[in-house]
Structure formats: C-alpha cells, structure tokens
Design a protein around this ligand. Structure first.
Ligand code: HEC
Length: 277
C-alpha cells in the first residue's frame, strides 16, 4: 500500500475507503481482503478452487454470476468482486445516536442532543467526547474513535496501550519499528454485538474495555500513542488517558450506555443482509 494511496483514502470515512483491512492492515482493499478468509487456516481453511467448484454446483450461483459478469467461467476474482459489492451495501445509520444527529445535528463542540429518557446516553457521549482533565469526567475516546466522521474511527493504526511489549500489529505490513504494536482503530458502530474485543479478543464485555481505559493502560508500552500519555497539549490539559481516567462507577456505566446507543437494530435485523436460504 503506497503512502499516496493511504493519504488520499484517509479523508473518506466509509468502509469503501478504509485505508486497510484486518487489525494489522494486511489487505489494502476490500477486494484483496475478501480473498483471505476462505484460505486462512483459522477461518474457512478452504482452497478457492474448491470454493468455486462448490459454487458451480449450484444453478442459482451460475445464473447470478452469468448475469453479473457474462461468463460461465467465473473464478475467485469474480467472487471477490461480488462479495465486495455486497459489503458496500452494509451501511448502518439508524442507531439511537444517528436518530439524535438527524433530529438535532452534530455540532462539533456540543454533539447531538439526545431525547428524554436518553439522559444516561447523553452523559456517556459527553465523557466519550470530553478531553481528559484534572477535574475528571473526560474519557478522551474521540481522539481515535472520532465521532466527526460518523464511523467512530480515524481509520488510523495506533497503539492504545494494551501491553508493555505489544505484538507486531501494523509492523507486519510496514516493517517499520515505529508501527510495532499499532492496530487498526476499529469502528464502534454496533460494538455491543462485536465482542470479544481488541485484536486478540482479550475482553469479553464493554465494561471490561471501559475499565481498561479507566485504569489499565500500560503507559510504557512501545509506541503508545503520544496523546494518551501527554494529553492534548493544545488545550494544556497536561495529563493523558494513560494516567487513569478516575471515572466513577456511574460514569463508567454512562460511557457503556453511550457505546450501546451505537447499536442499530434495523441494520442488525435487515433481511437483505441475512442468509438468503
Ligand atoms: C490512542 C487511540 C485510542 C483512544 C484514545 C481510544 N481508543 Fe479504543 N481502540 C483503539 C485501538 C487502536 C483499538 C484496537 C486495539 C486492538 O485491536 O488491539 C481500540 C479498540 C476499542 C474497542 C474494541 C472494539 C472492538 O471491536 O474490538 C472499544 C470498545 C474501544 N476501543 C472504546 C474506546 C473508548 C470507550 C475510549 C475512551 C475511553 C477509547 N476507546 C479510546 C484506539 C483508541
């Protein structure tokens, strides 16, 4: 993946333009990503030759591939293009958070206004979007999981301080020591349903994730994102999330409530996205 490609794509915010895929960024496009799970030993552990033979045994696929590509001799490249097109239709935009944005806008400083009965979500949003400060109450999540672009990721690769000696991460792709321990900042949309969490699935629940950010960040982790240690020097806060957030139990529960407000049941139950058989 060239730097130029990375930079151009950085400014877009949909899955289509995510600069790289997998937690370590191994695949630079969706079409390349699609090819991997079929042959990966811990995913489908299959060969593409076999997979295509199976597809060709089903008349319905032969017909659809012919309609899409005008050929009976389809292969993994055609399958990858078809799956990619399907993935591009997977847009989640009707969570409680989205509804609040639709009603009231998404002003950069104040965010959307939540409705009555959504006070806890509103408090959680303020923690999520608040700078760490000596007075407490700010979670600093937005620096990496930016709410600005609606995907809750800056599409970057960063080290959020899970371990003193983190595993390779983005280094696998770049072979640059500065990228050791950096992992793709994941979207938080529908995060309530995507556990276990982090690249190695070490946390089962969102409560555990929040407690990690609150009190468990390894400050001396190699290549930890500087803002986690020093805070936002522009606003002079002076201390970062890695010093501990000191959130109260109520504030931790509020933050989890906000994360759950990113669940979109219309998307999750959409029949177009489920098994057609
Ligand atoms: C310095 C950037 C950074 C900051 C600040 C940050 N995160 Fe993360 N977050 C990441 C990265 C990178 C990962 C993925 C790590 C991995 O795969 O091991 C992640 C993973 C997560 C996950 C797991 C998602 C999944 O699907 O596995 C959740 C939930 C999460 N962060 C929530 C938060 C919350 C809440 C805050 C604020 C308290 C926060 N993050 C602050 C960079 C950050």
């Amino acid at each position: 993946m060239g730097n130029r490609e990375l930079k151009i794509q950085w400014h877009y915010s949909t899955l289509a333009y995510s600069p790289a895929f997998f937690w370590d960024g191994r695949s630079s496009t969706l079409e390349k990503q699609v090819l991997v799970p079929v042959i990966d030993p811990i995913e489908m552990h299959e060969t593409w030759k076999n997979a295509i033979t199976k597809l060709k045994g089903e008349e319905v696929y032969n017909r659809m591939f012919y309609e899409a590509f005008c050929t009976a001799e389809y292969d993994s490249t055609h399958a990858a293009k078809a799956i990619t097109q399907f993935e591009l239709t997977l847009v989640s935009s009707n969570s409680i958070y989205d509804k609040a944005v639709d009603r009231t806008g998404n002003d950069r400083n104040i965010g959307p206004q939540f409705g009555s009965g959504e006070e806890q979500i509103s408090r959680g949003f303020r923690i999520f979007n608040g700078e760490v400060s000596k007075n407490g109450g700010g979670g600093d999540c937005f620096h990496c999981h930016s709410a600005d672009n609606m995907l809750f990721t800056n599409n970057g690769f960063m080290n959020n301080g899970l371990d003193d000696n983190p595993s390779e991460g983005f280094f696998v792709v770049t072979r640059n020591e500065r990228n050791r321990g950096q992992f793709k900042v994941p979207t938080l949309r529908n995060v309530e349903h995507t556990g276990p969490y982090m690249h190695d699935g070490r946390f089962e629940t969102l409560e555990e994730v929040v407690e990690f950010y609150n009190s468990g960040i390894r400050k001396n982790s190699i290549n930890i994102e500087p803002i986690m240690v020093s805070g936002d020097t522009a606003n002079g806060s002076g201390s970062g999330i890695a010093d501990g957030l000191n959130l109260t139990n109520q504030e931790k529960a509020d933050l989890v409530a906000f994360l759950k407000a990113l669940s979109d049941s219309d998307f999750l139950n959409n029949k177009d996205f489920s098994d057609p058989n």
